[in-house]
Design a protein around this ligand. Structure first.
Ligand code: CA
Length: 228
């Protein structure tokens, strides 16, 4: 992944200045805003770096609003004391987070990782290759282009929702435990609250339009199957 158009939402001037400088030096284009309203007014960014503590809005509300209108990846910048927010952040659709203080190197690595999962595929045109797509009942899952269709309708998923679906689809019909899902779909640093998985399953089911796609196996985990 090369240059990324980043939107940095951060009200702390010292942090923002050094990030703009460092990220620009790393080859990215950075638009910097200091408020939630400013963030929501921006368009065209490929990835958002979002501080949680903003002067005008709760960063979680900004995240929710951004997520409602696009699948642009969001990395949250959180303070150490905001443990709870990290969980909630995922539930709101953030793709990753870094905890302050973090190094520029760490952030650049996260941008690269999130970007690899979400930005590298061909983004324009209808280039779905039927041969490359996995068929599960009426679902077409294309890992190369990261596209999903159900009954020929494209389903717009967040990066994490796609990763979750693709992981479940690796073994259609098999029950995968929450721990297995967390280990494979989330990075090791997301360990802990398994309700994160449940929240993503819930949003995925809603988008797929039929709860029958993902069956919850009580006390064990989840399985993907074409609805009967
Ligand atoms: Ca702040």
């Amino acid at each position: 992944m090369g240059q990324v158009k980043l939107l940095l939402v951060e009200d702390d001037k010292a942090i923002a200045d050094s990030l703009v400088e460092g990220l620009t030096a790393a080859g990215h284009t950075v638009v910097h805003v200091t408020t939630g309203a400013g963030a929501l007014a921006e368009r065209g960014q490929e990835l958002v770096l979002l501080d949680l503590g903003l002067p005008d809005m709760d960063g979680r509300d900004v995240c929710r609003e951004l997520r409602q209108r696009s699948t642009t990846p969001i990395i949250m910048l959180t303070a150490r004391s905001e443990e709870f927010d990290r969980v909630l952040g995922l539930e709101l659709g953030a793709d990753d987070y870094v905890t302050k203080p973090f190094s520029l190197r760490e952030l650049v690595a996260r941008i690269r990782a999130v970007g690899r999962r979400t930005l590298d595929g061909p983004l324009t045109g209808d280039d779905t290759d039927p041969a490359a797509a996995q068929l599960i009942g009426s679902m077409e899952l294309d890992r190369r282009t990261r596209r999903v269709r159900v009954d020929n309708e494209e389903i717009i998923l967040t990066a994490k929702e796609f990763d979750l679906l693709a992981f479940l689809a690796n073994d259609v019909g098999a029950v995968l435990t929450r721990t297995e899902i967390l280990e494979n779909v989330w990075d090791a640093h997301w360990y802990g609250p398994t309700k994160t998985v449940d929240a993503h399953v819930a949003s995925l089911r809603k988008k797929l339009g039929d709860h029958g796609w993902i069956e919850a196996v009580r006390g064990v985990g989840f399985r993907l199957e074409a609805p009967k």
